[in-house]
Design a protein around this ligand. Structure first.
Ligand code: 3EB
Length: 328
């Protein structure tokens, strides 16, 4: 009798790296993410090594363009299912889709369509647990009141998912891009084993936000411990409780965002502070804040902390900066 036949397959460690240098993709590369530039075939393409290659329309602000590599010690394969491009290996799955909003009835309907497709696709995959999602959409703050595009996006996400993620929200980021040629881009990381959601004691859970932030509360967790131990950190801004703090004060917003991440690290039982094992991605609304950002980060973070800085609009118009990343 095989005593351990019901044990799940082991999950290969997932390694996240930021690189400046161009190098051929190593075997075991699950995904390579590039920011800025012009894609030849929409957001996603497959490399000959099996990796998913994503080109994302957020303009990098660093001198050397950085790209992100997700690597597993396992064989990687890939494919396409309607609009969804994917790669899998070692118990992990990365997938992406880009929808042209105008062809799908606007941002709310396009988002509902994207999330219904995500849910239907995920239901058929062995890597059925969606742990981390990124959303990039144009003009995220355009429109007033409940008609603001981010709020329409939240409504579409909630409708498209139905009861899909209820009680198992992934960690997430939602950021505005400024490329009129690109659509709604959703990409995600899923796994054959569940992760562990982490909430931030300094912040109200986003799915409990009061009505003033829109008719559908955003369905995401502040962080996710991946099965291999890494913490995925959701987009984190200057929000305490549910209120935006330090309106008009870039430095204070940055400090509050970092304080939020530090509180999340503690809640997740991860090592405190930042270092070479905590790659961070900073989304800046205004390029003019780059010198202040650089100066503050130089004081606040060890120089070994891998950083990407890019232009991106935070989903609340009064917020100037948001940070997401990983803690390994
Ligand atoms: C916030 O904390 C800032 O709608 O998926 C951060 C991360 C934010 C994810 C999302 C929104 C989302 O509410 C905004």
């Amino acid at each position: 009798m095989r005593q351990f036949s019901s044990q799940p397959d082991p999950i290969a460690p997932l390694d996240i790296g930021l690189n400046a240098a161009a190098a051929p993709l190593a075997p075991g590369t699950l995904a390579r993410l590039d920011f800025g530039g012009v894609p030849s075939h929409g957001a996603a393409a497959h490399s000959n090594t099996g990796a998913l290659r994503l080109r994302l329309p957020l303009v990098p602000l660093m001198d050397a363009a950085m790209h992100e590599i997700w690597h597993v010690q396992a064989a990687v394969s890939n494919g396409q299912c309607d609009a969804i491009h994917w790669a899998r290996g070692g118990g992990w799955l990365v997938a992406a889709l880009e929808l042209d909003e105008s062809a799908h009835g606007g941002i709310e309907a396009a988002t509902a369509r994207a999330y219904a497709a995500l849910r239907a696709f995920q239901a058929l995959q062995p890597e059925r647990h969606v742990l981390r999602v990124w959303n990039y959409l144009a003009d995220i703050n355009a429109g007033a009141g409940d008609g603001e595009r981010y709020k329409l996006f939240c409504a579409g996400r909630s409708r498209g998912l139905g009861n899909g993620f209820v009680g198992a929200y992934p960690a997430a980021t939602a950021i505005g891009h400024r490329d009129p040629m690109r659509g709604l881009i959703v990409y995600w990381l899923a796994c054959a084993q569940p992760g562990m959601r982490v909430e931030n004691p300094r912040q109200l859970s986003a799915w409990r936000y009061p009505r003033q932030y829109g008719p559908a509360a955003p369905g995401f967790a502040r962080g996710m411990r991946l099965p291999a131990g890494t913490l995925a950190i959701s987009g984190t801004a200057s929000i305490v409780g549910h209120a935006s703090l330090h309106i008009g004060d870039f430095d204070a917003q940055l400090q509050e965002s970092l304080a939020n991440i530090e509180a999340l690290l503690a809640a997740a039982d991860m090592p405190a502070g930042f270092d070479a094992h905590a790659p961070l991605k900073v989304y800046l609304r205004r390029a003019q804040d780059l010198p202040a950002l650089r100066a503050a980060l130089a004081r606040r973070l060890p120089p070994t902390t891998p950083l990407q800085i890019m232009l991106g609009d935070v989903c609340r118009a009064e917020l100037l900066v948001e940070i997401d990343g990983w803690r390994m």
